[in-house]
Design a protein around this ligand. Structure first.
Ligand SMILES: C[S@@+](CC[C@H](N)C(=O)[O-])C[C@H]1O[C@@H](n2cnc3c(N)ncnc32)[C@H](O)[C@@H]1O
Length: 324
């Protein structure tokens, strides 16, 4: 079964790399940043002083864990489903609190990275052995279809780290709507959305001086080299970040410093780069309450409550299905 999933994932990776590098302008999906090395680099990003998102969400969860538990807890227990769980560092605040208060729940983390899931399972078994858990490996969209099977009791779906910000608004509505379709009356969705703020603060978060973000983004080229037998000279690409304060969209690019040709043997493909040609690798959307309300409305969801850190840098919204 696991082998079958891996074969399918690899096929999708090949298709998406081929599509992205043969389209003009070139692009690659950021979900492929996360392999063993990428997961580690992302953990380093979360520990950087410039990457305010983690601390903000940490504070929100600490401050509101009791209020959230009151929303989540149910007589017959509930299923806590996390999309894009990563290392679950912030989720553990909630898990610990739920265990300390003898709340009946099962934890179901979902992630594209099997490496992350294995590590998460190991650390929860060690540090919070009372947590009942089952990991699900896969991409949001395919795993979401299976979520409707979890309908025997209340579902609480959580998405932390502003993962939704990696999607353009159209895809974000689709994502929210897929979640909404898996929800029944009484189910809840708790999701983090990074907010618009001083543009410099945002740029700094994705442009650290130590070069960790650059290494994280360039990891996708190393991955293509390794998994698809390519010959990217990674140092001939530079990491470039931009932020548009009007639209709230931060964009990450890899820029070819020289004219060059890259061979991707596994795809039987030669890709030409002009000097300063770009590969768009990630968007990190920043939001306002109005935009979140608009996205939710389009997806058939309603905001129940919104939780913010002191500086209003970051907000977590609690949604329910809109009965209309
Ligand atoms: C920005 S990290 C956030 C991790 C965690 N939620 C947090 O807040 O610390 C994104 C996580 O989502 C996973 N991910 C990214 N794209 C995904 C996709 N399309 N489907 C499933 N997981 C995905 C990555 O492997 C990674 O663990």
């Amino acid at each position: 079964m696991e082998k079958e999933i891996l074969v399918r994932a690899n096929k999708k990776f090949r298709e998406e790399v081929k599509k992205g590098l043969t389209t003009q302008p070139k692009f690659l999906p950021s979900k492929y940043f996360y392999d063993k090395k990428g997961d580690k680099l992302f953990q380093q990003i979360m520990a950087m002083p410039e990457y305010y998102l983690t601390d903000c969400e940490f504070d929100i969860l600490e401050k509101y864990k009791s209020k959230l538990t009151a929303y989540f807890a149910e007589k017959n227990g509930f299923d806590l489903i996390e999309l894009g769980a990563g290392d679950g560092k912030k989720t553990k605040i909630l898990l610990r609190y739920l265990i300390e208060n003898n709340i009946d729940f099962e934890y179901l983390p979902i992630d594209i990275s099997s490496n992350s899931l294995k590590k998460l399972e190991k650390s929860i078994k060690k540090n919070l052995p009372e947590v009942k858990m089952k990991t699900l490996q896969g991409m949001y969209f395919s795993v979401l279809e299976k979520l409707s099977e979890y309908n025997k009791r209340k579902k609480v779906i959580i998405v932390l780290g502003s993962n939704i910000g990696n999607l353009k608004h159209k895809k974000a509505v689709e994502f929210l709507n897929n979640i909404q379709k898996s929800m029944q009356q009484g189910d809840l969705l708790f999701m983090g959305f990074d907010q618009k703020k001083n543009p410099q603060t945002i740029l700094n978060a994705y442009n650290d001086k130590t070069g960790i973000t650059a290494a994280f983004n360039k990891n996708i080229l190393h991955r293509i080299n390794r998994e698809l037998k390519a010959n990217f000279v990674v140092d001939e690409f530079l990491h470039w970040e931009s932020y548009n304060p009007e639209t709230g969209t931060a964009k990450s690019f890899l820029v070819s410093k020289i004219p060059q040709q890259v061979k991707i043997s596994a795809l039987d493909l030669n890709i030409d780069f002009k000097q300063w040609e770009t590969i768009h690798v990630e968007i990190s959307q920043k939001y306002t309450d109005e935009v979140v309300e608009w996205l939710a409305g389009k997806a058939g969801l309603k905001i129940k409550e919104c939780f913010s850190d002191n500086r209003a840098y970051y907000k977590n919204y609690l949604f329910e299905v809109d009965k209309k």
